[in-house]
Design a protein around this ligand. Sequence first.
Ligand SMILES: Cc1cc2nc3c(=O)[nH]c(=O)nc-3n(C[C@H](O)[C@H](O)[C@H](O)COP(=O)(O)O)c2cc1C
Length: 211
Amino acid sequence: MPQRIDDAALDTLFRDARTYATWQPTPVTDQTLRDLYELLKWAPTSANAAPARFAFLRSKEAKERLRPALAPLNVEKTMTAPVTVIVGYDMKFYEQLPKLFPHGPGMRQMFESNPEMAAATAKRNSSLQGAYLIMAARALGLDCGPMSGFDQAKVDEEFFAAGKPCFGCDQEFFPEGHVKSNFLCNLGYGDPATLHARLPRLPFNEACSLL
Ligand SMILES: Cc1cc2nc3c(=O)[nH]c(=O)nc-3n(C[C@H](O)[C@H](O)[C@H](O)COP(=O)(O)O)c2cc1C
């Protein structure tokens, strides 16, 4: 029987967690990024398809490749963040279904023959997995700064070889441009000094209905 987590954990995940734009000079280790994936991978996706792909940009060189795609207001916060993750999705995620959903042998063909459904599934579930990444990061003591202010076509071309085979590219993990970017998320240990007052949220009766 699952246990309710305590109030301190709920504060860490939700009530005290903020979106950060400035960062302490504490690095994020590769092991922490591996721990992050090892947590988020367990959260649910349609048909267990797990279409999200994550490119963790840690080096100055990788950040410079991203710079031209960033909206002006997102440049400084991204270039100074210890890590920026591109949350993407694999349009051919269904090729993994024989491994990830072996008891449904028709699923691969169902998605392959219906590109519209495949695209909607990839976007919906990679967005979910990006949200799982944010929550897993918070659970590991990291802070996040998610961003949609960037040029998706530029990111796809630079990092995911959009429209061309990925010969000699260092992202051979994502061959032939069938991975697309969804959103970016800076990761690190946030500097609270620059936080503004927290914005309001809709109350229950404006956002929810009980039917
Ligand atoms: C998908 C997504 C895209 C966002 N895009 C941007 C962005 O491009 N630039 C930016 O400064 N903030 C961006 N934000 C940050 C939001 O404005 C911020 O998370 C929200 O106001 C809540 O702030 P809080 O977590 O401090 O309460 C984005 C957040 C999300 C989840």
